[in-house]
Design a protein around this ligand. Structure first.
Ligand SMILES: [Zn+2]
Length: 468
């Protein structure tokens, strides 16, 4: 009897890569059959629910094709190519990226899977690397995405989405990312336009459809793993389970938690109403339980017009759906003196990313060891060091000795490398200081902090921090 390996690989080449040649110019998401016994999960922990990690930072990935065939998102090992590849960042900027993330979350919303932007590290996950173009992994430029594929789901796998195949089209990029993710869960292409598993287009936004439809790209064909029909919704439902109802979510888009702001600033919140009942009210509060401002329709925005005193403040957002469901979020901001140069700041301060921050070595300054955010001037303690967010566009983004580097969740932080700390600054969400929380009586605060902490410990990268 022939081995699975010799049987499955040539099959893949025929069924997936060569089929769409007739429309070679139109971007498409493909899959590549890998051996059924392709190994996965070494030294990984399993989460209680599956995790989908959307990576827009690129990185270095090691190919295992024709070797171990290992798929391991924790160790950046990919069975789709040989050798080592350096993948670029998502090319279309943060605004576009945020739309991609939001779209993926919406399409995956029925299912019990966490869609995160923070590297889950050693916890098993499916990773979508949303990068530039397919030639980086040795495929033609009209390939919009690729995934390893076999007839049982991967617990850990890396799939790819090539944004430049579409141009700056967040919806198309998102739908490709979702298709590739589902390939890693052993879903095939469907000959059915409204579903993200399709190659067909021109029928509007795609979501997973609860209907039995033929497999196929541009015409029906038998499904790769048996049978003639597939139901993407039911397949994902049986694999992932359905998400417990979360009728509404709210999060603060700007400022980022821990950001420096002027005494007058604006807060923009994003509300997703899964219930469909409509947003009844979104209210903002500042440091107290008094509702400061309310609105019923987007944009959900608070303009702080009365100048706030310098220091840390917490902005709370509360969203209410017509169905009565609620969602809450909060963000910590630092009111600081704007500066263009060192002369604009007081003694003991330095000018970085347009604001006066404590000079390195001062209490709570960047790089100081910490256990809690309240020990840090910024309110952010990450990897047991005080962190300052930074603006990559600024000439003097960070104090000397520090670099402005990507730091998860669409943000940048000043990091330095003298202690081996560099590369470990990626965190899930800033820990909001307990003191700041005590200042507010919103019932939500404890919950928000708890969730932040759980996320931090659950999703936080574990890095060895060299201690002096
Ligand atoms: Zn595909």
């Amino acid at each position: 009897m022939r081995s699975l390996l010799t049987r499955s690989i040539p099959f893949a080449t025929i069924s997936c890569l060569s089929l769409p040649i007739a429309r070679a110019e139109f971007p498409r998401g493909v899959y590549v059959r890998v051996p059924e016994q392709a190994s996965e999960i070494f030294r990984s922990r399993f989460p209680s629910r599956r995790i989908l990690y959307l990576n827009h930072n690129g990185g270095t990935f090691v190919g295992t094709k024709d070797g171990s065939w290992e798929e391991n998102a924790s160790l950046n090992r990919s069975s789709l190519f040989r050798g080592t590849r350096s993948l670029s960042r998502f090319p279309f900027g943060e605004e576009s990226w945020n739309q991609v993330v939001r779209c993926v979350r919406e399409i995956m919303a029925p299912f019990d899977i966490d869609v995160v932007e923070q590297d889950p590290g050693g916890v098993a996950h499916i990773e979508v690397v949303v990068t530039t173009e397919a030639r980086i992994v040795g495929m033609p430029d009209n390939v919009a995405g690729v995934a390893p594929y076999r007839c049982r789901p991967f617990n850990s796998a890396i799939v790819y989405t090539f944004a430049q195949a579409w141009g700056n089209s967040p919806r198309s990029i998102c739908e490709t990312a979702v298709q590739e993710t589902a390939h890693a869960f052993s879903l095939d292409h469907e000959f059915y336009c409204p579903d993200p598993m399709t190659y067909l287009s021109g029928c509007g936004d795609k979501t997973f459809q609860d209907v039995d439809v033929p497999c196929g790209e541009y015409k029906p064909r038998p499904c790769e793993c048996g049978g003639s029909f597939q139901n993407s919704y039911q397949s994902l439902r049986s694999l992932l389970g359905l998400r417990p109802p979360t009728p509404m979510s709210v999060h603060v888009v700007t400022p980022l938690s821990g950001a420096s702001v002027r005494a007058q600033f604006s807060v923009l919140a994003d509300v997703i109403d899964y219930s469909g009942s409509g947003v009844a009210r979104v209210s903002f509060a500042l440091d107290t339980d008094h509702s400061l401002w309310e609105t019923q329709s987007p944009p959900f925005r608070l303009d702080v017009r009365d100048p706030l005193p310098s220091g840390k403040h917490v902005v709370y957002v509360h969203a209410l759906a017509s169905s009565g469901e609620e969602a809450r979020s909060s963000v910590l901001v630092n009111v600081r003196t704007p500066c263009q140069a060192l002369e604009d700041c007081r003694d003991g301060e330095t000018c970085a990313s347009g604001f006066c921050i404590p000079a390195v070595g001062m209490p709570g300054a960047l790089g100081q060891e910490c256990d809690w955010g309240e020990e840090c001037a910024s309110g952010l303690c990450e990897e047991r060091r005080c962190v300052e967010l930074c603006d990559l566009a600024m000439e003097q983004a960070c104090p000397s000795g520090f670099e402005c580097k990507p730091s998860g969740q669409a943000r940048f932080a000043c990091v330095h490398d003298e202690s081996g700390w560099r590369g470990c600054a990626v965190v899930a969400s800033g820990r909001v200081s307990p003191a700041a929380q005590r200042g507010a009586a919103f019932v939500l605060s404890a919950t928000v902090v708890l969730i932040s902490l759980l996320r931090f410990f659950h999703g936080g990268k574990t890095c060895a921090v060299k201690r002096s």
